[in-house]
Design a protein. Structure first.
Ligand code: NAD
Length: 286
């Protein structure tokens, strides 16, 4: 068997084209574009690259995006007031706080302060709670990207066995909830899981969000499974690979996302989709 490679770039281009039309419809109806603010606190070179790529994608879609830069010395009190100001600013439909925060700042404070209606990466307490209760509004974008790939490729989920590796708040945990919502039988594995292959071999849909190069070998995959590789690992030589040994696993799986070019390209585009959704929802009802 040779796995069908699930092309995230092609899916991303399709969604971008859909969004461009809808953003234009919003702009014509409302007299202004949807607005996005990326809050960046301190930051190294890598996070600069991240905010630039968000601004580029926003620009391609027609969303008006800007970076609000705070210094590394920002206190929790200042961060809170900056977020409250954005919450009250009608031009900021979506707010994205760039993670990770400097260590002295509280992620919990961000989750408690950011307005749920502007929280386009689903990190607020309210949005996390809504997801848990099965009434999600804004989803964590990487988890949403995985579901988007599964849906666009019509991968059956109801009644299927889905195994997720990784239990972070941004990927593994929300993904498990979303798969449950789609009627999959979900197993969540993590760093303390004993005998990992015994679980992965049962998976009709196997999703790895660990951050360990070549963790998933061919022997760990059920023949015919769909495998989604969320991991991003920089090799000592400089190349980027996922968690899955792509070449070996592609001989066993029926479908597989490549890295790069799988989940990654969809993540930021789905942030834009949720920003547009936030903008529509912000229109006052008469
Ligand atoms: P994290 O470090 O917060 O979580 C990693 C998880 O892996 C933990 O829950 C841990 O328990 C689990 N884990 C560690 N060793 C394991 C093992 N041997 N077996 C099973 N589980 C194990 O990371 P994260 O933020 O959730 O990201 C996970 C990976 O996804 C990273 O490589 C990250 O770079 C990547 N990522 C990709 C995108 C994207 O857009 N493609 C976005 C976010 C994160």
């Amino acid at each position: 068997m040779t796995a069908h490679m699930l092309d995230g770039r092609a899916m991303g281009a399709e969604i971008k084209a859909e969004l461009r039309g809808e953003v234009e419809r919003f702009r014509q109806g409302q007299g202004r574009a949807p607005g996005l603010v990326v809050m960046r606190i301190g930051g190294d070179g890598a996070s600069g690259v991240y905010s630039k790529s968000i601004l580029r994608i926003a620009d391609e879609i027609g969303i008006e995006a800007r970076v609000e830069q705070l210094t590394t010395l920002t206190s929790n009190t200042t961060l809170r007031s900056a977020l409250l100001q954005l919450n009250a600013n009608p031009a900021a439909h979506g707010i994205l706080v760039q993670m990770p925060l400097p260590v002295h700042l509280s992620q919990q404070l961000v989750a408690e302060t950011i307005a749920p209606g502007k929280d386009i990466d689903g990190i607020s307490i309210m949005n996390a709670g809504d997801l848990f209760l099965g009434a999600a509004r804004f989803l964590p974008s990487t988890a949403a990207a995985v579901i988007e790939i599964l849906e666009r490729t019509q991968t059956p989920l109801a009644g299927k066995r889905a195994v997720v590796l990784g239990r972070s708040n941004v990927v593994g945990k929300p993904l498990a909830m979303m798969l449950l919502q789609k009627d999959a039988t979900v197993t969540l594995c993590h760093s303390h899981t004993a005998n990992l292959p015994a679980f992965t071999r049962q998976a009709d849909v196997l999703i790895s969000a660990v951050g360990q190069a070549r963790l998933i070998t061919a022997e760990m995959v059920k023949p015919g499974a769909s495998v989604i590789d969320v991991g991003i690992n920089v090799l000592p030589g400089g190349g980027i690979v996922g968690d899955v040994d792509t070449e070996a696993v592609s001989r066993v799986a029926s479908a597989l996302t490549p890295t790069p070019g799988g989940v990654g390209p969809l993540t930021n585009i789905l942030l834009m989709k949720q920003c547009l959704q936030a903008a529509w929802q912000a229109i006052p009802k008469d």
